[in-house]
Design a protein around this ligand. Structure first.
Ligand code: GUN
Length: 281
């Protein structure tokens, strides 16, 4: 059995540290740190994520402002809301939960959030800084994955890292973080040839494709570190990851479980990014 990377425990440890920073901010500035969360529509997964984010804010003392707009909200309505949040002194971070309903122009909406309030690290300036290995706000899920590696003393330097998935939210920033940490990085996706062989060559394998139990033991090198970003449902409707945990657990040296792995860290890094933007404001 490999060593379980306990995201829940690390998240709790980091949240305790964040509580202190939140308290100090209040003492120094005489106001709370504020995070605005915008949810448009009724996507059930997004509703759960947003609820968890708001609960996590409460836990560390960050004031959350939740805006739930109907599926029918227009581009202008959402833009007006974002503009108000940008102008507010009480709001230090703005998060627009994705995916947005199809009729909305995601790119145009996100562009209204200035880099200094972009707690998701999605805007071009923050992504550009990451690409150039400069200090910046980093997307929460890959940032959390890097913190987990660090906590367990896993140094990517010189290692062969394979990232399965090329999304803007996880795959691409994950690849850049690993590259910045001196790994040799390969990004695989749905059009990749010889996918199994490439995955099986990885010392560090990060999987973020949204396909239940896609990665099996034959795709994992003996002793590899496996980071599972998936949040899927198996054939019985049970929460599982993109990695077939039971199949892979004896082959990997370290592995993240689902639930209790990357998930709690994603939310913790959102809190971390919010505290960072507040302290810099
Ligand atoms: N949808 C899925 N993951 C994320 C995330 O990290 N941030 C936002 N804003 N939306 C998401």
């Amino acid at each position: 059995m490999s060593i379980l990377i306990d995201g829940k425990a690390l998240a709790a440890e980091m949240r305790a540290q964040l509580c202190e920073r939140v308290k100090n901010f209040k003492i120094e500035h005489g106001k709370e740190i504020g995070l605005a969360v915008v949810l448009v529509g009724e996507d059930p997964a997004s509703q759960v994520y947003v609820r968890n984010k708001i609960r996590a804010c409460e836990e560390v003392g960050i004031r959350s402002y939740a805006y739930r707009l109907p599926e029918s909200a227009t581009q202008e309505e959402v833009e007006m809301l974002i503009d108000e949040l940008v102008a507010s002194d009480h709001i230090h971070g703005i998060l627009v939960q994705l995916p947005l309903p199809k009729h909305l122009n995601e790119r145009k909406l996100l562009r209204r959030i200035p880099p200094a309030k972009d707690v998701d690290g999605f805007c071009a300036e923050n992504v550009g800084n990451l690409a150039m290995n400069r200090e910046t706000i980093v997307a929460c899920t890959p940032f959390g994955a890097m913190k987990m590696l660090e906590k367990y003393g896993i140094d990517p330097k010189g290692k062969r890292a394979v990232v399965l998935g090329r999304s803007n939210i996880v795959g691409k920033p994950m690849a850049m973080l690993l590259l910045n940490a001196d790994a040799t990085v390969t990004v695989c996706h749905s059009k990749t040839e010889n996918l199994k062989e490439i995955c099986a060559s990885a010392d560090i394998l990060v999987v973020a494709i949204g396909k239940a139990k896609f990665v099996t033991a034959d795709m994992v090198k003996d002793g590899a570190v496996v980071i599972d970003v998936g949040m899927d449902r198996d054939e019985n409707g049970k929460l599982c990851g993109d990695v077939d945990f039971e199949d892979v657990k004896d082959k990997a040296s370290y592995i993240t479980p689902v639930p209790g792995g990357v998930g709690p860290m994603t939310i913790t890094m959102l809190l971390y990014n919010t505290v960072q933007t507040a302290e810099r404001s």
